[in-house]
Ligand binder design. Structure first.
Ligand code: AMP
Length: 238
């Protein structure tokens, strides 16, 4: 039987630009992005009991339980719009999740993932995360410098600081990332694993990623419209 499309895993610490690159790759390749962080934030905003539990973990920079996030990803990846491939932004985040993903892809008739590891120095990350603002309506993120408007250029909403972008939480998130990352990299490094320097311009990084994936932006000519960064699934699992 013919295999489904390629699943692209974006690795990298918070602030490396995974969300930005996921959106650009989604537009260029015409495949959806599954952003686990964004799905969790949407659940928090919904005010559900599950959202209230998850919110405490998010605000303190801790990870949610593997089983919970694995269930979310399994349901999302089984949707028909993922059959031509998808981009995973924020998953896997632990070695347990990486092993789970292999089994899941196998059961859904996908090859193992192509892994892009966005690398960046810690000082640069802290600077980026401290200036990051998010639109509460469209979820796009922006880097705000002094004097810049604090309104979303797309829908005019007031931009907000994500609760988990407070300095103490940033430090905790980076610490958790570095605790888990070496095991995940060991798991993937002898497979389709590519390191990409995330300090270049957004456009250069996208081009580099497309090059290492063996494709190029010419596909934008006949690609489908961008797919929303995430889609709610919680009603089905909670
Ligand atoms: P992100 O937007 O990817 O930085 O994720 C924001 C927060 O969502 C993280 O700090 C975690 O609390 C939670 N989260 C996102 N993805 C995962 C995952 N794969 N496993 C556990 N927690 C996650």
């Amino acid at each position: 039987m013919q295999k489904n499309g390629t699943v692209i895993v974006l690795l990298g610490p918070p602030g490396a630009g995974k969300g930005t690159q996921a959106d650009r790759l989604s537009s260029a390749l015409g495949i959806p992005t599954i952003s686990t962080g964004e799905m969790l934030r949407q659940e928090c905003r919904s005010g559900s009991p599950l959202g209230a539990q998850v919110e405490k973990l998010l605000n303190s920079g801790q990870l949610v339980k593997d089983e919970l996030i694995q269930e979310v990803v399994a349901q999302r990846l089984a949707q028909p719009d993922c059959s031509e491939g998808c981009i995973l932004d924020g998953f896997p985040r632990t070695a347990v999740q990486a092993r789970f993903l292999d089994q899941l892809l196998n059961s859904l008739n996908f090859d193992g993932p192509a892994v892009i590891d966005l690398t960046i120095a810690p000082e640069e990350l802290i600077a980026r995360l401290s200036s990051r603002r998010q639109c509460p309506v469209c979820s796009r993120t922006f880097h705000c410098v002094e004097g810049m408007s604090t309104f979303c250029p797309h829908d005019g909403s007031d931009l907000i600081i994500r609760a988990d972008d407070q300095p103490a939480t940033i430090r905790r998130r980076l610490q958790i990332y570095s605790e888990n990352t070496s095991e995940i990299v060991r798991f993937y490094q002898h497979r389709r694993y590519h390191r990409v320097n995330a300090t270049h311009s957004v456009e250069d990084i996208t081009q580099k990623v497309l090059r290492v994936l063996g494709t190029n932006l010419d596909r934008t000519k006949d690609s489908k419209p961008p797919v929303p960064a995430s889609q709610r699934l919680w009603a089905q699992i909670s």
